[in-house]
Ligand binder design. Sequence first.
Ligand code: CMP
Length: 139
Amino acid sequence: PETLEITRTRVTKTSSETNLIVKAIQKNDFLSRLDDEQTAMMVDLLAVFNFKPGEDVIKEGSEGDSMYIVASGELVVTQAGRDLRTLTTGDVFGELAILYNCKRTATVKAKTKVRLWSMERQTYRTIITNKSKKKREQL
Ligand code: CMP
């Protein structure tokens, strides 16, 4: 298999972290379309980021290039200053700008110390493209 240039973001995951991430992928409308191989690649390639209470992870109206899975902590989703939802461990966010190539639809702010798994649009595309290329080669 060809070497992916994105391996520099690889972070080793423990088995409980892997379980958390796989569950998060499976319960998300968008990510649950990934097959087992793509899910395994995603788990492998997710990078980790930490945020402090009060920090914005995503700003409504900005360009988006990453999606996130909450490893721990709590965040609040707001739109035009109105609270929409609280996010916690196992929730996925920031996927809409990646999926629909739109601006960020809401602000997501850390309420507590937050640890996130993150994947860039390009890495996600590589996972999807790599798979469809393999499928074509099998035809
Ligand atoms: P995105 O638009 O990329 O960035 C903001 C994120 O907030 C968005 O992806 C969703 O993951 C999340 N989001 C937007 N609207 C809602 C909502 N009504 N309820 C919960 N989460 C939302």
